[in-house]
Write a protein that binds this ligand. Sequence first.
Ligand code: NAD
Length: 483
Amino acid sequence: MTKAVHADLWIGGREFSALSGETFPVIDPGLGEVIGTAARGGQEDVDRAVNAAQQAFSSPAWRALDPYQRGHLLWAWARKIEEEKDSIAELLSQENGKPLRQAHDEVGTTVRNFEYYAGWADKIYGRVVPARHKVFDYILLEPLGVVGHIIPWNYPLDIFARGVAPCLAVGNTVVAKPAEETPLSTLKLAHLATEVGFPDGVVNVVTGYGTEAGAALASHAGIQAIAFCGSIEAGKWVLKAAAQNITPVVSLELGGKSPCLVFPDANTEQAAEMVAWGICYNAGQSCGALSRLIVQRELHDPMIEKVKSVMASIRLGYGREDPDMGPLVSAQQLKSVLGYVNEGCREGAELIYGGQRVEQGDLSKGFFVQPALFANAQPGMRIVEEEIFGPVVAVLKFDTEEEAVELANDSKYGLSAEIWTGDLSRVHRVAAQLDASHVTVNGGGGFGVEAPFGGIKQSGFGREGGWDSILQYSRVKNVWINL
Ligand code: NAD
């Protein structure tokens, strides 16, 4: 076991223990062992952090900065993270379980978020309104104030950065609450913010449990907005808590059950390969994971064979040894994924491959599961309707394009969708009909900090990424001057 670490709250540019003195364990999911502890923040700690963020918001050290100076700070943060990328990626891999290369990918995206929004800081223009004669009317985009961010464990650094970077570009201050599974890497970023010169209290991190620190943040009267990413259930609690103070929930990203539609005119080999690798990326714990493979009837059997052969080649292993796929994040997540696999079998889908916990050798100590492939899945099955958040693909069949779209849209979720076809007209026709806010065509990842990402239906609302985030984290003020 590596040396145990302890991490405290980061408030006002310094470390604090929780006022209760309590801590909670941080577990390495690859070994199933405690690797450290973090402060168990509660209501009073959140009060203290919001207070620090409010003071920073109105302090000249932050408010009097020119916009380009905020940009410089964001750029410096990006450079510092890049300088320390190896140790940050290792820490992330250790607390989340993801393979080292994927942890590096995530640190890279984190850096890109800070770089990208560094560029926006001095380009947030208002507008002039052609109002009446002898009236000068203009519109400003102003910061909101203190913004709360509640972060999940699947991409803790990326999701922190995609919310915090635009917030700071606009001039807000933040209090972030990372998931209890992954507090350490987020705290590391917050320390670096202070190192590169962000004034004390601009970036605060309160670690702790969702129902304690998270609930205290969402219901705090001192924040002007909240952004949340996680489960539908917790999202509903956040909405209710925020409603007490009429706090705007500007972004609520609640995952998905994303369809991948494969038409006969597509490169089906490549599609099958990308679906198999895609569902194993981050052990399937991605909100945009393509977990429903919807294929034209004749493609069903050959595509199943291909997905199966790729899944069988996936090398599971301890994250820091950089395998193809690491463990699930927690014992609870493992139990949940295995439960869905059993449920799929019970409901009559055909388990073609995997779905078992790894019970032999070193990996038996961690939360490892083989990727799972279900053929002949049907609408109405839980493995088709619910977000499993693990490496499980359910395959459904269609005969016509209309049926394909109907199957894809038959979901309470609406986040991502992918189309595989060689027909450009079909691309536009189908993309226009899909209930998804993010449509990718013929693979290639399709995620970038420059473009908006977010949900519709029960996948939530709000958009993170691109200019949309700047608008989301600013408020519109109209000034009417009688000349
Ligand atoms: P979760 O929603 O409970 O946790 C996400 C974040 O919300 C964490 O920081 C958590 O501490 C906080 N939180 C939890 N309850 C809260 C509350 N009442 N008030 C305020 N904050 C609260 O997610 P989970 O339990 O870790 O995972 C459960 C399922 O959620 C997963 O299986 C998956 O389906 C889904 N999930 C989705 C995403 C996504 O990217 N949209 C991310 C993580 C989990």
